[in-house]
Design a protein around this ligand. Sequence first.
Ligand code: PLP
Length: 405
Amino acid sequence: MRTFLKSHKLDNVCYDIRGPVMDEADRMIAAGEKILKLNIGNPAPFDFDAPDYILRAMTDNLRNAQGYSASKGITEAREAILGYHRKKGLNVESIDDIYTGNGVSELITMVMQGLLDNGDEVLVPAPDYPLWTASVTLAGGTAVHYICDESSEWYPDIEDMKSKITPKTKAIVIINPNNPTGAVYPKEVLEKIAKLAKENELIVFSDEIYDRLLMDGVEHTSIASIDPELFCVTFNGISKSHMSAGFRSGWMVLSGNKSGVKGYIEGLNMLSSMRLCSNVQAQYLIPAALSGSGAPDKELLPGGRIYEQRECIYTLLNEIDGMSAVKPKAAFYIFPRLDAAKFGITSDEQFVLDFLRQKKILLVSGTGFHWEQPDHFRIVYLPTVEELRYAMGEMKDFLSTYRQN
Ligand code: PLP
């Protein structure tokens, strides 16, 4: 088990919170320019408030949350998590298999630190949520990207995944529902991934933080529910479902057959206790958050903000010459394709930078999500319909003359 960090090369990792685009945005803001931000998946600045019952759970428990808790978290939170995931079909033995974290982010880093030795490989989707690649790399491993197929609703390309398994492969990461594509994987796709993992004795890490932000009546299946024997680590939290990103409240659940991973679990327990515990006040929000009816939030239904913003951005993007996008079914991201040949685009980062300078609208380039070709970018559609309409009008105007090379 790794308990220390070496000087890993993070040069090829796009954890694109910083970089030339953000530096330019900061410079423009400091110079007093107003920028429309379509780059961050943080609901609060877009007037999405946490529900009152979440805020009440926070203030009501101030006194109870003064001391450290058990390293994996308070019993009430882990019992609520156990109930939630058992209902979704996970084979979880007890609350001992549940760890709370300061957001899912902390746990993503922890599971890789505990697993990887130098040279070990982990299959990570392209495009990905870049913390996954960064965490694999930071732990000394190599992230090997498998393709998600745009022509097939952005589902993982199973043949590509299969072709990238080597004797060094330790795990497969899936992000379902997906950031940045908004895809939700059907059972048949998950069954194929589960089979591949089992045949090759790979751990499955399933990031399901958007599983309560579904639209169009789509149902979410946890890969861990497909095969009760498959060892999976499932990640979830309330940052997005309860518009509470700042409270830093997430968790992970170990399920399936643990007989082959006892040493790994000991390592996770050690890493968990090394950080003492996650923020205790934020743990008190979990029972409140998971006690809901399970019905989709009104914002995700026709007439609701997220739903209508998705309809708006999807329609307007597909009306622009040289642009197309698959309709997202969950979360609040869309990952459009640009006709790179038409616009002479060889650097998507340059495209985003040029758009920022000219139109004062901030996007994230596709390569920031480890998508290799310079022909995609991500939009966060949390701003209002009016703002999205304005942004797409500006995009149309920008592309009417844009030629990079
Ligand atoms: N996983 C995915 C796919 C995300 O998109 C995000 C945040 O954007 C996270 C994890 C991090 O979540 P948390 O706020 O729980 O750390």
